[in-house]
Design a protein around this ligand. Structure first.
Ligand code: AHR
Length: 497
């Protein structure tokens, strides 16, 4: 099979906001306890953080991590998680029906984030709480000193403010499962006033208002319109969440699901812009896809979970090769919308629907989805070029005209390179991809890699999966011909003249 990709130097989509390579740590299952925090373990550092996990998080190069939830945050009192550990209360976590010991809290997370080279995206509780707790939390985190909450932070050991810049005003408030679930009007009003008060404490922060937890929610569309009608002037981003599964065991259809994400994102952009027009506003609301991933492998096991455990095994999806291919495609989809999607969080980071897992011995290992995420996060930085591609397409159960080639090119001006990420969706055929330099001039191929040759259901529990070299290419100043294996994830980094 043949396909073409032409690089267009003059019509970039946008610069990539590095925050699209964000992730998420929720107090859920073994994400925190037995995940990033294992104080009794030989792999733990002086703060009780698992050093193997920190190394892998650094390898992923995650610039921002959303915390502390998720559904958890809608019943969370942040004050429980600060101060001397022996005074912190054990609470019922109603979202995941677990016991929360609060032995890991706000200060521990900030310390961990520093060590993992990342920043915090903090979520506030809009379920059981609201404006008052949120404004106090901003004061605690960001106000220098001389007030009740800022001085309480200092007493608790953090002289300098945490300076958290990105804040979620609640989590999935559209969902009936959410503690304190609200109608769009109730939430929109509360979010507007809460965000306003948070920004009065620190005008440098940006806030994300809750959109829909999935496009198939009955309120999708009307929820966004109503919430933005209420909160447009006081928020900066609208969230969207999306998870995928291959319950029907139809790989061709599964690998086409990037189209669903593409449609979801386009729909949300259209809604944001319709409210902008209706309000005669000059302000643009951008998108925060602050939960996305594959999530379905663990559903049956989770249904049998016994409530009220500490750090139970929950949402522990073991990912296979086809999941990694889809994750690659979802990353390409996010980059295609780099002009409007400014934040995206792979949900989640450790043990809970995660690229990194820990075992009982505290060893950390990479899931299949680790590999495409690591490549795009490290090399997908710069300016996204508009994809001009020609490829045969196929139709599947839910989608029509899905090109076998899914690709994106990113120009890195500082390094003078173009990086191309490409998925060959064909399960049977290799692909001869012809890349036309357009008005660029190619110099050398710095690196060409492929993630290929694995069975669709193969997992990486034995640690043997790896990214391999692809040396099947020919380069001239104006063209690159490269062969992509069937069902493969590919990256080519080309230095330019
Ligand atoms: O990421 C797992 C859960 O999925 C989050 O807690 C919630 O926001 C979503 O429904």
């Amino acid at each position: 099979m043949k396909a073409n990709l032409t690089l267009d130097k003059y019509a970039p989509i946008s610069k990539v906001d590095p925050r699209v390579y964000g992730s998420f740590i929720e107090h859920l299952g073994r994400a925190v306890y037995d995940g990033i925090y294992q104080p009794d373990h030989p792999n733990a550092d002086e703060d009780g953080f698992n050093k193997n996990v920190i190394d892998l998080v650094k390898e992923l190069n995650v610039p921002i991590v959303r915390y502390p939830g998720g559904n958890f945050v809608s019943g969370f009192n942040w004050e429980d998680s600060v101060g001397p550990k022996e005074n912190r209360p054990r609470r019922l976590d109603l979202a995941w029906r677990s016991i929360e010991t609060n032995q890991f809290g706000l200060h521990e997370f900030e310390k961990w984030a520093k060590k993992a080279n990342t920043n915090t995206m903090m979520a506030v509780n809009m379920g059981t709480r609201g404006i008052d707790a949120a404004r106090h939390l901003v004061e605690y985190c960001n106000f220098p000193k001389g007030t009740a909450y800022s001085d309480w932070r200092r007493q608790n050991g953090a002289e300098e403010p945490f300076n958290i810049k990105t804040w979620c005003v609640g989590n999935e408030m559209n969902g009936p499962w959410q503690i304190g679930h609200k109608t769009a009007t109730e939430y929109g009003r509360a979010a507007n006033e809460t965000s306003k008060a948070m920004k009065l404490v620190d005008e440098s922060i940006e806030t994300v208002v809750c959109g829909s937890s999935a496009p198939d929610m009955p309120t999708f569309g009307s929820w966004e319109s109503t919430v933005l009608d209420e909160a447009y002037d006081n928020v900066d981003y609208l969230s969207l969440h999306r998870y995928y599964g291959n319950q029907e065991n139809d790989t061709a259809n599964y690998l086409a699901k990037g189209k669903d994400l593409d449609d979801f994102i386009s729909g949300v952009i259209a809604i944001c812009d319709s409210i902008k027009a209706r309000k005669h506003s000059n302000k643009q609301i951008n998108l925060s896809l602050d939960e996305w991933n594959v999530w379905y492998h663990s559903n049956d096991a989770d249904a049998k979970n016994k409530p009220w455990q500490i750090a139970p095994h929950l949402l522990e999806d073991i990912y296979n090769f086809e999941d990694a291919l889809l994750v690659g495609s979802l990353l390409i989809t996010i980059l295609k919308h780099a002009d409007r999607v400014k934040i995206a969080c792979l949900a989640q980071l450790v043990n809970v629907i995660a690229p990194i897992m820990t075992d009982e011995d505290g060893n950390a290992w990479k899931q299949s989805i680790f590999f495409p995420f690591m490549q795009v996060s490290n090399y997908g930085r710069g300016t996204v070029l508009t994809p001009i591609q020609k490829a045969a397409s196929y139709s599947s159960k839910d989608f029509e005209n899905i090109p076998y080639l899914d690709s994106i090119a990113i120009l890195n001006d500082e390094e003078n390179t173009v990086t191309i990420f490409a998925l060959n969706r064909s399960l049977e055929d290799g692909m001869k991809l012809h890349i036309n330099a357009g008005d660029f001039e190619f110099n050398t191929v710095k690196e060409a890699t492929q993630f290929a040759g694995y069975g669709m259901k193969q997992t990486n529990e034995d640690g043997k999966m790896k990214i391999a070299k692809n040396d099947k290419f020919d380069l001239t100043q104006k063209e690159l011909d490269i062969t992509l294996a069937p069902a493969s994830w590919n990256m080519v980094r080309i230095s330019l003249k």
